[in-house]
Design a protein around this ligand. Structure first.
Ligand code: AMP
Ligand code: MG
Length: 295
């Protein structure tokens, strides 16, 4: 994917820092840019995947920066498939995927960012958060009883808990980017109708049955509340150092291209390079080479 093409593709998906987001008004889940169908996007995705593999190899070799990819979405929006497709070309040694579920008792005994902090990428690594610290202002906001279980002291609940959390998250991310850890934040935006179709497919297709969970249906009942929580999250946590991109997710083929493009763009910004040896080290390498040639 050429630079210009990537920039053109992802510009409409970026949440401008400071802008107020309304959902579903501001972002169309069915958007596919100037691409008409899957066939039109196949080559683009292949090129994106190949670029990711090359960047990942350089990132590991340079060993200076790390990349955190945050994936947030409602159920059946395609998080798992996006990870599978977009990361299909990269060396598994350089990528770690962490899927965050309902917190354990030990996790609940810590501050709300603790469990995420323990799974951050190291330098040279890419980490993917399949759900993330943002669940702390999404599912926990939609279901206040989850906040009660966190046993916060009264002063942590003063005023707006959510405003405080947005601020804490922005500070946390600022600290990471200042120290060489780039953050890509993707919200896979699926429509209510498309989610309905996908949940039905999980019931109707035996090979998808394992993915169906009655809990998904229960959460679907909170659709409006989730849209509001997502909109507020996008409004308050899309920053210059770690902006959100809203990935239209009703067409899986497009969401994969768009996700790949945003990640490639971030890596391009890091521009990782293979280390180049200095003159002395090169000379030594040539001496070793000479010795090896002689047997
Ligand atoms: P899944 O991603 O489908 O395997 O589901 C994981 C479940 O864990 C979802 O229902 C999330 O809402 C839930 N979950 C993830 N993070 C949290 C959190 N911080 N607090 C409560 N529930 C969470
Ligand atoms: Mg699920």
């Amino acid at each position: 994917m050429p630079h210009d093409r990537i920039a053109e593709l992802i510009a409409p998906l970026r949440v401008r820092p400071g802008s107020k987001v309304r959902l579903p008004k501001d972002f169309d889940p069915g958007y596919t840019g100037d691409l008409i169908d899957k066939a039109a996007g196949t080559e683009l995705l292949q090129r994106g995947v190949a670029m990711l593999a090359d960047f990942q190899s350089r990132l590991a070799a340079q060993h200076t920066n790390g990349l955190l990819v945050v994936l947030q979405a409602l159920d059946a929006a395609g998080k798992d498939g996006t990870i599978r497709h977009v990361m299909s070309g990269v060396n598994p040694q350089g990528v770690r995927v962490h899927s965050f579920k309902v917190p354990s008792a030990e996790e609940l005994d810590h501050d709300f960012l603790w469990r995420y902090a323990t799974r951050l990428p190291a330098r040279g690594e890419i980490a993917i958060f399949n759900r993330s610290h943002y669940e702390e202002v999404l599912v926990v906001r939609v279901h206040p009883e989850l906040l009660d279980r966190q046993r916060l002291p009264p002063r942590a609940r003063n005023g707006s808990v959510w405003r405080r959390r947005f601020q804490a998250i922005n500070n946390f991310e600022r600290h990471l980017t200042d120290n060489g850890f780039q953050i890509v934040k993707l919200f896979l935006n699926v429509s209510k109708e498309e989610q309905r179709k996908r949940l039905l497919a999980r019931i109707d297709r035996p090979e998808k049955n394992w993915k169906f969970s009655a809990a998904d249906l229960h959460e679907r009942g909170f659709w409006r509340r989730y849209q509001q929580a997502y909109a507020d999250m996008l409004t308050h946590t899309s920053t210059e150092h770690a902006p959100w991109h809203v990935i239209p997710a009703d067409h899986k083929w497009f969401s994969r291209i768009a996700a790949a493009a945003v990640i490639v763009n971030a890596l391009d910004g890091i521009n990782p390079q293979y280390p180049v040896l200095d003159t002395q080290a090169r000379r030594e390498l040539q001496e070793v080479r000479g010795a090896l040639e002689e047997g």
